[in-house]
Design a protein around this ligand. Structure first.
Ligand SMILES: C[S@@+](CC[C@H](N)C(=O)[O-])C[C@H]1O[C@@H](n2cnc3c(N)ncnc32)[C@H](O)[C@@H]1O
Length: 288
């Protein structure tokens, strides 16, 4: 299987977990993209692209920011969310129906194979935790750049090294589940493929972007004091997602308990979870 087919198979298998946790993730995962939202500072009337939009929560937020009269107003501006997973796009459309969200559109597509994203040219593009997962990040970022108007701005987040919660959820669950997908090596698509800011700069420059900058941010995801629920959410966001879903209920229970033990360091019993995460904010501009 080539890298693109491996990535597509991974997301097809992971989609049910992401869909199941979409509402929770909109709230708990917000810190993972907030710095990019702030950096873009989307204005009313603008057209915005959300790359790898998952189940659409961030696209809906971006679309609302383009509407001076609020999410329901029908003046100009809007947002298009693109994702490889047809199932996640279907979920996004049913969570945020077009009739109630004017200017909000979703498209199931591989960003790496598009010339430009339909609905542009866009004033701004946003991407939360996606670029490092692309099979060919230069091809994907080049399509984003071509979809922007000259001078259009791009802000994205990717993981820095660290993020102990990621291996904690996976390692705690793995002994109780079937085989996990092979772990990525080096620049292969995976959580840490863009942890090196030098590689981020090389990828975005090769894609034709100017003014490429990276800025480290340390954020905290918060979750209620519900260990079973928090363990399942974090297992299903990562590589253990598909084997977890295929496991029998007793194995799922043990997987949650195993992940829960390793995630306990982020728990303050009675108060909840505070899960630190290390990010790069990546910004760039289409020189046109
Ligand atoms: C870690 S998830 C992030 C989803 C969403 N941005 C969020 O933060 O909730 C990565 C997303 O990137 C999507 N993705 C991966 N490769 C892609 C590609 N080549 N084109 C479009 N989307 C892609 C996946 O389907 C998945 O929904």
């Amino acid at each position: 299987m080539d890298a693109a087919a491996t990535v597509a198979a991974f997301w097809a298998a992971a989609a049910p977990g992401w869909i199941r946790h979409a509402d929770r993730h909109d709230v708990r995962g917000r810190p993972l993209g907030e710095v990019a939202l702030r950096s873009l500072a989307v204005r009313p009337g603008e057209r915005v692209l959300d790359v790898g939009c998952g189940c659409g929560g961030t696209t809906a937020e971006l679309a609302a920011a383009t509407k001076a009269g609020g999410a329901g107003s029908d003046e100009g501006g809007g947002a298009v969310g693109v994702d490889l997973s047809a199932a996640m796009i279907e979920a996004a459309r049913s969570r945020f129906p077009a009739g109630r969200h004017p200017g909000l559109r979703f498209l199931a597509a591989d960003i790496e194979t598009l010339d430009v994203v339909p609905g542009g040219p866009f004033d701004a593009a946003y991407s939360r935790m996606v670029l490092m997962l692309l099979a060919d990040p230069v091809a994907g970022c080049a399509a984003v750049r071509r979809s922007l108007r000259p001078g259009g701005r791009f802000a994205a987040t990717v993981f820095r090294a660290g993020n102990a919660w990621l291996p904690a959820a996976m390692l705690g669950a793995a002994p109780h589940l079937g085989a996990l997908p092979p772990l990525p090596v080096g620049a292969e698509p995976g959580p840490f493929a863009l942890a090196d800011p030098g590689r981020i700069a090389r990828v975005l420059t090769a894609a034709g972007f100017a003014d490429v900058a990276t800025e480290p941010h340390d954020v905290v995801m918060e979750a209620p004091d519900e260990p079973d629920d928090v363990a399942e959410w974090l297992i299903e966001l990562g590589p253990a997602s598909a084997p977890y879903r295929l496991a029998v209920p007793t194995a799922q229970h043990e997987a949650r308990a195993g992940a829960g033990k390793l995630l306990a360091r982020f728990r303050d019993p009675g108060a909840g979870y505070r899960i630190p995460s290390a990010l790069w904010l990546v910004t760039a501009r289409n020189p046109g």
